[in-house]
Ligand binder design. Sequence first.
Ligand code: SF4
Ligand code: SF4
Length: 169
Amino acid sequence: MPQLAELHAGIAARVEAIRQGRPDWPCARGCDRCCRQLADLPRLTRVEWLLLKEGLAALSPERREEIRQAVATLGGKPPRPVTCPLLEQTTGACPVYLQRPVACRTYGFYLQRGLGLYCGDIKARVAAGTWADVVWGNQDAVDRLLAGQGENRSLAEWFADEDMAGGKA
Ligand code: SF4
Ligand code: SF4
């Protein structure tokens, strides 16, 4: 997945540049409000899904089954806001952090034309005049790159495909 790895590296570099010199940046393990207030289930391209499955494979069979059931319970069109069915409810951690979708990597650090920043906490600090000098990432450019990588499906659709193929994720 070289293209995806390059995209991840570019995002990581932008995130690092933004965080540098800003030790009070709020994104940290356990800050899970974004994972609990999704506009919809995470969407992934096939290469992102293949990577996510590597993360799922490293979890215990019991945890994988819990996740599979949580995805099935939410269904294809869950009411908003959606809590990500992957989220560790007690710790607020992502169990597939290293394999998480691109959208989870850019959240809080990338701007989308017409929509701006997504995270309310970060928006509030920007509105208060903090971080006026931040060079935000370009979400539209990321979306264009992902669009060039073929089909993009919701987590529920990828899990359903996997179940139909008899290879539970
Ligand atoms: S994007 Fe917002 S809610 Fe998500 S980790 Fe960062 S500060 Fe927390
Ligand atoms: S995949 Fe991980 S980082 Fe992304 S919304 Fe779900 S729990 Fe949060």
